[in-house]
Design a protein around this ligand. Structure first.
Ligand SMILES: *Cc1c(COP(=O)(O)O)cnc(C)c1O
Length: 381
């Protein structure tokens, strides 16, 4: 399918990202419909992919923006997200970034430490403003995912640990320029075992009950993102199971009367619609294996090198019988390897290859290492 669609890009030098906006729209419509069933508000996590045409599709569906840097807040504003639909998380917000977000009057700071709240208080007071904040709480829930993308365990740097809450609460009376409006959680990414979200709901309920026992209730609950996609079956299962995902929260989360529930999805919304298109430069017979050497590497798609992530590699040109290959990039690092020991039709120099499901945490992580050119992006309508 991708093969026919690629014809129009035959003249473009490789490598490049190719985004299937048709699939993106179907994915977003599905997510939107499932979230709307329960009145849930979805914020798109810009860090997954902040390309303008993609942001426009998010905006068109009324999604908010979940940002983790000042520049992401800026990008969201420039793209047209209303300030009151922008949330801002991150363990290390700089003063500059906080001021930028205060000036923009964003909806909410998701605060990850006591000291951060003190700084927001100080900076907001200097501007005569009141900042809306939610506490990002580390719920100590295992996301059953790669350790580098697990964020909700007490050993991780993210969020405020529950044992700090008791001493934190009385301090709010000294912070007149900070208004506590909600609780925030985000336990990790590429979560495919949905029991992790069931466990999260249980913890959110306990934590919310604890706050209520202290006399505090909140208009907002933000349960983060993390829903995974099927990297192994891009054709058969291109769309994450949004129905099952949102149903878990509807069934298990103790939502209070009038409370607004927020989600922050990145990967599940954009990963499937992106492909990295690359050309085979060389074939090489190694001691144990045959190498396919691509003109794309970890500088264009870092996930395999960074977290041993799997992406399906397809040869779009060859229909010869299959052989076993290690598919590698041109970068001077042994970790610059996309896939080891995979079957591909017999591959030759000049064949076109698609690295699938690369729409999230792909192009955004591109680097200039080895002084590589910035990877280009094209869009299929
Ligand atoms: C990265 C991130 C998300 C999105 O995670 P996905 O796994 O892409 O859905 C949501 N919230 C926060 C705070 C994040 O850092």
């Amino acid at each position: 399918m991708l093969k026919q669609k690629l014809d129009q890009f035959a003249q473009h030098p490789t490598p490049f990202y190719l985004y299937d906006l048709g699939l993106l729209r179907t994915t977003l419509d599905t997510a939107k419909a499932e979230a709307t069933k329960y009145g849930y508000q979805v914020h798109y996590a810009l860090k997954a992919n902040a390309n303008a045409p993609i942001l426009q599709e998010m905006l068109a569906r009324g999604f908010g923006a979940d940002c983790v840097s000042g520049n992401e807040v800026k990008r969201a504003l420039e793209a047209g997200f209303p300030a009151d639909h922008i949330v801002f998380a991150g363990v290390g917000k700089s003063d500059l970034e906080i001021n930028l977000a205060l000036d923009a009057d964003i909806f909410c700071f998701n605060c990850e430490s006591v000291q951060e709240i003190e700084v927001i208080q100080e900076l907001a007071a200097a501007k005569g403003k009141t900042a809306q904040v939610a506490l990002r709480i580390n719920p100590n829930v295992d996301a059953y995912t790669h350790k580098y993308i697990t964020t909700g365990l007490e050993e991780n740097k993210f969020g405020i640990n529950t044992w700090e809450l008791e001493s934190l609460l009385p301090q709010f009376s000294q912070w007149p320029n900070v208004k506590l409006i909600g609780l925030h959680f985000h336990i990790g990414s590429q979560i495919t075992d949905l029991r992790a979200f069931e466990n999260l709901c249980g913890r959110v309920n306990e934590i919310q009950n604890w706050f209520e026992a202290q006399g505090l209730s909140f208009p907002h609950l933000n349960v983060g993102g993390g829903l995974g996609v099927d990297y192994h079956h891009p054709e058969e299962k291109p769309i994450a199971d949004f129905a099952a995902y949102f149903a878990i929260f509807n069934n298990l989360l103790d939502k209070r009367e009038g409370q607004q529930v927020h989600f922050e999805l990145g990967r599940a919304l954009v990963a499937p619609s992106g492909n990295l298109i690359s050309k085979v430069l060389y074939l090489k017979h190694g001691q144990k294996t045959n190498f396919v050497i691509l003109d794309a590497g970890m500088t264009e798609l870092m996930r395999p090198a960074l977290y041993q992530a799997y992406h399906k590699v397809e040869n779009l040109t060859s229909e010869l019988p299959a052989m076993h290959y290690d598919v590698v990039g041109p970068i001077c690092e042994s970790s610059d390897c996309f896939s080891k020991g995979i079957e591909l039709p017999e591959t030759k120099r000049g064949d076109l290859v698609a690295i699938r499901t690369a729409g999230a945490y792909g192009e955004v992580m591109a680097s200039g290492y080895n002084l590589r050119d910035r990877v280009q992006a094209f869009y299929l309508n």
